[in-house]
Design a protein around this ligand. Sequence first.
Ligand SMILES: NC(=O)c1ccc[n+]([C@@H]2O[C@H](COP(=O)([O-])OP(=O)(O)OC[C@H]3O[C@@H](n4cnc5c(N)ncnc54)[C@H](O)[C@@H]3O)[C@@H](O)[C@H]2O)c1
Length: 421
Amino acid sequence: MSGKAKRLVIAGCGSRGRGYARFAEEYPERAQIVAIAEPRDYYRDLVGDRYGVPAERRYRCWEELAAQPGLGDAALVCTQDDMHEGPAVAFMQKGYHVLLEKPMAPTEAACRNIVAAAHQSGVIFAVCHVLRYTVLTCKVKELIQAGAIGDIVSLQRLEGVGHWHQAHSFVRGHWRNEKESSFMLLAKSCHDVDWIRYVMNERCLRVQSFGALHLFRRENQPAGAADRCTECPAAVESQCPYSALKIYIRDRVQQGRTHWPVDVLTADVSEAGVMKALREGPYGRCVYACDNDVVDNQVVNFEFTGRRTASLTMTAFQESGRKTRIFGTRGALDISGDTIVLDDFLTGKKTTIDTNILNDNSILSGHGGGDGGLMESFMRALETGDASCILSGADETLESHLMVFAAERSRRQQTVEEITD
Ligand SMILES: NC(=O)c1ccc[n+]([C@@H]2O[C@H](COP(=O)([O-])OP(=O)(O)OC[C@H]3O[C@@H](n4cnc5c(N)ncnc54)[C@H](O)[C@@H]3O)[C@@H](O)[C@H]2O)c1
């Protein structure tokens, strides 16, 4: 390990914390994990052992870690949505550079507090809006900047959460209930709103939104279904696309696929271990018998400066994936998965550009290379002291978060909301 490696501390060794930690495994000369905070013994030991963190530097909560005299150069804050403000502000006030998971926080006031702490402390600060860093996004920006479609006039974005992903995260899982985490547009589609703002490259003036929880309600439970999939009659269970037995056991564990989302259920990802989690834990619940309240479909319309518009549709009922069309004065981009089709109005030529990267489940490949791109930018900023490579700093993140909060106000109050700030 090089003496120049940046010393990282991690608050929250769940899915995301463990993912970013892998940067230190792939680039040990650039990053070293020196301290961690995690209440769950299994994950604290897993990360601690893997990265050689001394026992006395393995804390049970971020508060204990932050109370120590500065142990590292930067803190990766990977706790849950409603537990971002405390550690982010505390670490910045201690002089740590901070990489903060999205969303910044579930309320506007908490977001503003984090942004103020970033400015006051002067540290390097980035939010994990990983979609800004993907190979695909870099190519889209390059094409737009090169004038390939002229001026952008409007944009249409579809965020297909995916029926099983909705069931996993937003009906049974961490982000199912607003009081316990945050509302759906913030939890899932703050990425999309941020991406739209980044690509439009104009200020948003107004937003309007509609949305509701359509399907995952008690009244939609099929006749004869049990409240837990492991107890559901086979005749009902076998006809349910949302069955936990189908999603976790038949489609994943029995196919040898035991990484995310299976590893969220239990540390024991054997078939017996996952079955036990389904019998006893939250992920075995019938999707019509959970304590969920976040929407499963939402649309947002945006008006931007310069007489430009955009729209976003977020729906559970489309296989996982995002689709975007960008309409310019001289051409259009049709983006699906990793593929961009460029339509040139003058020549009538259609050009297909493949931005696919090898998905080897490494930190570099997560989110179409966005996870790796983000870590690379953050680490480069630490190494050079130049934060210009960070595309998702405090101000741009606050701006797109304010668009999200305004859209949610519009949905609830049936108003058109001005973005004044
Ligand atoms: N950037 C992205 O694309 C993306 C994707 C998924 C999730 N996220 C966000 O990342 C964050 C973490 O999500 P996750 O899926 O890793 O969740 P997770 O539940 O797997 O991880 C959170 C971890 O924080 C730990 N924790 C709880 N209290 C703590 C404390 N006091 N001190 C330290 N650790 C504590 C939990 O035990 C857990 O291990 C969330 O805010 C989520 O919205 C971002």
